[in-house]
Design a protein around this ligand. Sequence first.
Ligand SMILES: Nc1nc2c(ncn2[C@@H]2O[C@H](COP(=O)(O)OP(=O)(O)OP(=O)(O)O)[C@@H](O)[C@H]2O)c(=O)[nH]1
Ligand SMILES: [Mg+2]
Length: 463
Amino acid sequence: MSLSELSEPTIAAIATPPGPGGIGVIRMSGDLSLGILKRVFVPKNVEKMFVSHHLSYGDVVDPETGQMVDEVLAVYMAAPATYTREDVVEIHCHGSFLILQQVLSLLISRGATLASPGEFTKRAFLNGRIDLTRAEAVMELLDATTSAKLDMARNQLGGGLYDQIMAIRQQLLVCRGIIEVAIDFPDEDAEILDGEKMIGDIRHNVIAPLEDLIRSARRGQVFREGVSVVILGRPNVGKSSLLNGLLREERAIVTSVPGTTRDTIEEIIDIRGLPVRIVDTAGIREHAGKVEEIGINRAKAKLAQADFVLFLIDGPGGISAEELELRKLVQGKPVLFAVNKIDVMDYEPADFAEFCGKSPQFGISAKLHLGIEALENGLYSLVTSGDDWDPGHGVVPNVRHRLSLEKGLEAAQRVTLGLGQGLSADLLAVDLQDVLDGLGDIIGETTTEDVLDVIFEQFCLGK
Ligand SMILES: Nc1nc2c(ncn2[C@@H]2O[C@H](COP(=O)(O)OP(=O)(O)OP(=O)(O)O)[C@@H](O)[C@H]2O)c(=O)[nH]1
Ligand SMILES: [Mg+2]
């Protein structure tokens, strides 16, 4: 059996996105990396060749045919000071997808294996360079569509969450140490185990920080996942004009003909870091034509899925029977009312107060871009329930983390309860271990293989 069969395969992938670019990078990781590079790369400067962490200039050449494939910069990085902690090679080619494919094929023909999505980062995790929260942060960093998401990902990648988990864990390990001694010396456990003190320590150093993290995760969820808002209203009230206004571009067709929008149009906007999917719909009315009818049904389906409703009213037209009908459709959803076309009327909020009830009301002109920012602020307040918490600061656990934190919190509460009731040390140890396991799942220490697979499969190739 050769050495390469014994160790992990050497993996390779194109690390840059498909499509032409100035440069494209191929990444390789594993024991064979340097050997494979030497077979396909001919450096111009032989003296400085393959010094770790130094770029070399040269050609990638097919060793079989002698044909030059591309003029490149190549870097060999010796383990363990690399992304994966294995030997890593990067080849910076011209950013043509064909060239990158040819170079990748060469590497594979010389012994590399095509990497699966997220495999480089998975190796970084498995080899202990980063914990699971940091690995997840890498993915969030790549996917961040708002600056708030980027801030959250950066913080997590910097170890913000990991450090807090480790601090909580430290306290738990101290408690576990004491409990283990109490188990070993059952006759003296009352002296060894100061229940009052331990309850205080756990409340202060475990339960309180867990609760803080859970609260932060709850608040952060809408900033991570975004919300959907459907613009609803009868035909011609200005829904598409409002979509365009929110997007600051002419995305949807606007005409004076009622029934212009036949399908639903969706775009994501960023309101102070909040990703909001705005859905423009066909105006809902009775007696519509066939195509419009399909659009209306789609509008109703989108309404059912939406988190929030932006109910648009034609200001000059006022509240008609159609508005009263439409309002029945939105029952049970958080709604925000906007009275449009205030540029051609004397807008009096009081005229619409009865119809809007307790929900917020805004006067706007989608056409002249009046009141749009106030409307955005209103939407932001509605989604965040008026909480002016800033997702860009502090640690914001994701849903997976939150579920484990909640399990940990429950177990920690059981420990304090048990301590209060003078429960035996070995039973306390079981609950304490549950808290530790919950935290272990977050940082990847006790996470099961299938959960890990789910996490890393979401990565893109070459990462
Ligand atoms: N004066 C004025 N006219 C507006 C305003 N907003 C929209 N309009 C006009 O109202 C008409 C309908 O606008 P749209 O944005 O197409 O309305 P819609 O609700 O998408 O209509 P459908 O797709 O047919 O349901 C167009 O002639 C717009 O120029 C506004 O704020 N003020
Ligand atoms: Mg429209």
